[in-house]
Write a protein that binds this ligand. Structure first.
Ligand code: C2E
Ligand code: MG
Ligand code: MG
Length: 258
């Protein structure tokens, strides 16, 4: 309660003081070794406490509603960044942002996203949205459907972390499935688990979705995923989430080398 209280006392000031910063974690293709996209993740850079991780404030913001302000801020940062790449002649890659469950029921998220890409004048395929698998399927379906009508790419986040709803996979037209970090690491430990991962990947592709593995920490994991046909990875083995300026440099460096 004390932790929650200190966070809540500080959040509005922190927002005004620009302490919520967008980090980008690159998504890589195993086969080419190149960056093919990024996920936008929030870091709270506190003047006294240093960097605070999302796990320490996102759940609190989800409860008190401040997540609505935070998410909008990060979506805006992502759009600004994409716009800046285009302006500066850097070949842009798609950036995915997280949509919190608060938005699914209480907010016209579809209209908001449509306005954002208009405001920053960016092609719709460059902004992608992640929704976690643990969100109730009925409401999610409507949002995903309407987002897709406009042309946004929709990612199902954290697959394998909770109920891994096959029902949601069947009814909700996601474009991409993201395999959860713990699912990957825990299931890789046994022969049975590895088979489940392999079949999850082939089943996903068979029903027409792309697949990304999250939380790849070892070469062994990357090689296994590659063998199973999953080429896109996001994880510390390739890169941690980094400040946006550092991401710019990496992207630019890759592009001038080729
Ligand atoms: P997520 O959307 O599933 O994001 C992936 C998380 O996995 C990130 O944690 C990332 O740093 C971490 N990760 C990626 N690769 C590895 C790895 O190889 N090893 C390990 N140990 N971790 C890895 P992060 O940044 O701490 O964020 C945690 C969660 O907080 C996110 O999970 C997302 O659900 C939420 N979150 C972060 N930023 C935002 C935001 O701006 N808005 C909303 N709504 N949620 C956010
Ligand atoms: Mg995510
Ligand atoms: Mg995830």
């Amino acid at each position: 309660l004390y932790h929650q209280q200190t966070i809540e006392d500080d959040m509005v000031r922190a927002m005004e003081n620009n302490e919520f910063v967008m980090y980008l974690q690159p998504k890589y293709s195993i086969s080419t070794g190149k960056i093919i996209g990024a996920e936008a993740l929030t870091r709270w850079i506190h003047p006294e406490k240093g960097m605070i991780a999302p796990v320490d404030f996102i759940p609190i913001f989800e409860k008190n509603g401040f997540i609505l302000r935070l998410d909008q801020h990060i979506w805006e940062c992502a759009c600004k960044k994409i716009h800046e790449w285009i302006e500066n002649g850097i070949k842009p890659v798609p950036v995915s942002v997280n949509i919190s469950r608060e938005y699914i029921n209480n907010f016209n998220v579809v209209e908001y996203f449509a306005e954002l890409i208009k405001k920053y004048n960016i092609p719709v395929h460059l902004l992608e949205a992640e929704i976690t698998e643990s969100i109730d399927a009925e409401d999610t379906s409507g949002v995903v459907n309407n987002m897709k009508k406009i042309g946004f790419t929709m990612l199902m986040d954290d697959f394998g972390s909770g109920y891994s709803s096959l029902n949601m996979l069947k009814t909700t037209p996601f474009d991409v499935l993201k395999i959860d970090r713990n699912f990957l690491s825990e299931f890789m430990e046994s022969d049975k688990g590895r088979k489940i991962i392999a079949h999850t990947i082939s089943m996903t592709q068979d029903i027409g979705l792309d697949i990304i593995a999250e939380g790849v920490e070892t070469n062994e994991q990357a090689q296994f995923l590659s063998k199973c046909g999953c080429d896109i990875v996001q994880g510390f083995y390739y890169s941690k989430p980094i400040p946006a300026e550092e991401f710019d440099k990496r992207l630019y460096r890759e592009q001038i080398v080729n």
